[in-house]
Design a protein around this ligand. Structure first.
Ligand code: HEC
Length: 287
């Protein structure tokens, strides 16, 4: 218990660095409108859903899965070793089937709870000999560039398609990560005094045209998990769950979390763990 509280305080201290930048006078928070309880879908949402249904037959995410498969199997890095022969995602060395829906999990060799992306980065560094700082320099895709890590995560996620989320919350280390993530989601700070829950902690919230899932319920949390990694129509790029978290730190006007850090894993453990038991449909398409 003591350890958990200390951990939570550390995580909050990291996030709390936002306080240092808090201006004396807070600008008024951007209003978060309350949508009617029975959600009326706007035209753009309906149009997008139609488009997505058509696209899903030839899901662009599959291209990234194919690249990721190649990169998983080929010998690479200073150590010239393949992830397929060295990287254990929790199901045995090289095994990808069902691994994504069972993360975040605790890895004894790293003595850390890790989400899928963080674990693959760990393997690239520890097994293949890549430098963490090189990977972290540009960890997410833009319109000109897709990092290897994005392809790899998409490949691994594709091998959990139509499986139930099964974050091992009975493991005390994972439970601890979940509880810290939960505390983080409720932690308000920054220039607008926002927490994740300001936007994602109750039903029916929306900003402009976006419905904001309530990640404190299984039904909302699965919306935050589904379709990631995802091919984003806006910009036409493939993005991971880690990217989604980073981008919401921005929405929240918080300093960017360090790539593949504890803070992001904690939030993912909370959100994915809350959706436990629900079916993950695999890499998808996002607006
Ligand atoms: C100021 C409001 C705001 C705050 C605070 C915020 N978000 Fe978000 N979040 C959004 C918006 C807006 C979107 C949709 C963005 C889009 O689709 O372009 C979103 C999307 C998401 C999604 C993806 C949902 C989906 O349909 O795939 C997740 C997951 C998420 N946020 C988690 C978080 C977490 C965790 C935090 C706290 C670190 C957080 N958000 C803080 C506004 C916010």
């Amino acid at each position: 218990m003591k350890q958990r509280v200390t951990g939570a305080l550390c995580a909050l201290a990291v996030m709390g660095s936002a306080f240092a930048q808090t201006p004396a006078k807070k600008p008024a928070a951007r209003p978060v409108a309350q949508a009617p309880a029975a959600e009326v879908k706007d035209a753009a949402t309906l149009e997008f859903e139609k488009f997505r249904a058509e696209m899903e037959d030839s899901n662009p995410a599959e291209l990234f899965e194919m690249k990721g498969e190649e990169q998983w199997k080929i010998k690479r890095g200073p150590n010239n070793v393949a992830l397929a022969e060295s990287c254990d995602l929790g199901q045995g060395v090289g095994k990808v089937a069902g691994a994504y829906v069972k993360m975040p999990r605790y890895f004894a060799d790293a003595d850390a709870v890790m989400d899928a992306e963080r674990r693959i980065v760990w393997c690239m560094v520890e097994k293949q000999g890549f430098k963490f700082d090189d990977i972290a320099k540009k960890p997410f895709a833009d319109s000109n560039f897709t990092p290897d890590i994005t392809n790899l995560v998409t490949y691994v996620a594709g091998h959990s398609r139509n499986m139930k989320l099964d974050v091992p919350l009975k493991d005390p280390k994972v439970r601890e990560a979940y509880e810290i993530g939960k505390a983080m989601a409720a932690y308000r700070a920054g220039p607008y005094d926002f927490s994740c829950n300001t936007c994602h902690g109750s039903d029916g919230k929306r900003i402009r045209m976006q419905n904001l899932p309530n990640i404190s319920t299984p039904q909302g949390a699965i919306q935050g998990v589904q379709g990631w990694p995802g091919y984003r129509m806006t910009g036409g790029v493939m993005l991971t769950h880690q990217w989604r978290m980073s981008d919401c730190f921005r929405q929240q006007r918080f300093p960017q979390p360090k790539y593949a850090s504890d803070a992001v894993t904690y939030l993912l453990t909370y959100m994915i763990g809350t959706a436990n038991g629900l079916e993950y449909k695999g890499p998808g398409i996002k607006r």
